[in-house]
Design a protein around this ligand. Sequence first.
Ligand code: NDP
Ligand code: 2IT
Length: 449
Amino acid sequence: MTPLIDEKVEPILKEVLDRNPGEVEFHQAVREVLESLGPVLVKHPEFAEHKIIERICEPERQIIFRVPWVDDKGNVQINRGFRVEFNSALGPYKGGLRFHPSVYLGIIKFLGFEQVFKNALSGLPIGGGKGGSDFDPKGKSDAEVMRFCQSFMTELYRHIGEHTDVPAGDIGVGGREIGYMFGQYKRITNRWEAGVMTGKGLDWGGSLVRTEATGYGAAFFVDEMLKVRNDSFEGKTCVVSGSGNVAIYTMEKIDELGGKTVACSDSNGYIYDEKGIDLELVKQIKEIERRRISTYIDVHKDAKYIAKGNIWEIPCQVAMPSATQNEINGKDAILLLKNGCIAVGEGANMPTTPKGVKAFLEAEIAYGPGKAANAGGVATSALEMQQNARRDSWTFKHTENRLREIMQTIHQNCYETAEEFGTPGNYVNGANCAGFIKVAKAMVAFGVI
Ligand code: NDP
Ligand code: 2IT
């Protein structure tokens, strides 16, 4: 079921691995896409002739910079900042910023690489990029986060712009951080340039539904996969990992579509509440108080908190990993399948290891990979850019309808492309081939640049 790597593609992959030593997440993301591309080269020999795969694996520009700031005790702190401008064939570089201690170049490159194909699938005019820092916002005061964001933007501002590169949020970067960074950009450039960042606040150029978009979109994508199988969320038991932006709004939409989420997590442990997760409480804990998910059981005494537990041990029919990369390994995938899981929708980027992906594909469950299933976030960012360009703002209903249509179109495109290349039902191949072909055609048109 998992394709072997094509003989024309194999040396290209080897070259990428050799040229980027130690960047294991980047290697994993590239391998997964390249494994899908053999049949594409047969149909489009011009892509080989123009060395599109080789070019697409090399970022157009990689920026690494020092981010010095002063903590509340008056000590100087130094972090490292990144922006990888991966591919601008379809539009300005677009993608989030991640602030997490695990961030290094290999993480930003894997995310930027995935973003190129995801953004192509969205059908909107956006290229792919990603950035971030090894800064850890956890436990920092608002003033410390502000000083860090200002320092970060003091370097980043010269590389971005509404027609050049448009950052947004990712892990550790939400409305608060976007506010500090947008404010600093405005101050340095003396420009009120709404389109330079997305995920802005609703009072200053943001779009309704952007906060909810990734989670809602992922649930819509799963709903579409279930529809193909004459099924729906109605009555399904669901497990959603994480309890951040993506997890919260995934759970909200699952509820609206008739499912019940019984477990969610953070990096310390998970909550199991068989009555269904109390979402208003999770929002209060995570969005307002910025506390740990363990405090959920202070209110719901009959729920369980399992410190350091493995959330995938909880039996469910639908699993939606929404925390981080490689959070479902081969064993977890097999356990999920054994416990009756029939659908997986990835809210996170690359949350399943290659062994896990293989298990899901071989079991022929409805498996929606991140670059398709979580594209609703960046797609709604592009809708925010549209509203900014027209100095307009749309209603919640209108924007959510656009999001839903976009997710339906992405699903359809992945489904049909998987069939076209001889692997019906394989959304991994569908997403990789459809996203790649769109970018590749533009690159051929532009000549060697
Ligand atoms: P948040 O920072 O809002 O939440 C992240 C959640 O995941 C937290 O519960 C966090 O727990 C947990 N988490 C993060 N890192 C780890 C780790 N190393 N191990 C275990 N748990 C971890 O981020 P988002 O919700 O925005 O992002 C979640 C995922 O969705 C990421 O993979 C991101 O790339 C992806 N994504 C986000 C989009 C967006 O629009 N925001 C769009 C598309 C994809 P803790 O608080 O303990 O760290
Ligand atoms: O991974 C992602 O797609 C995001 N973090 C959102 C990017 C964006 O520009 O909205």
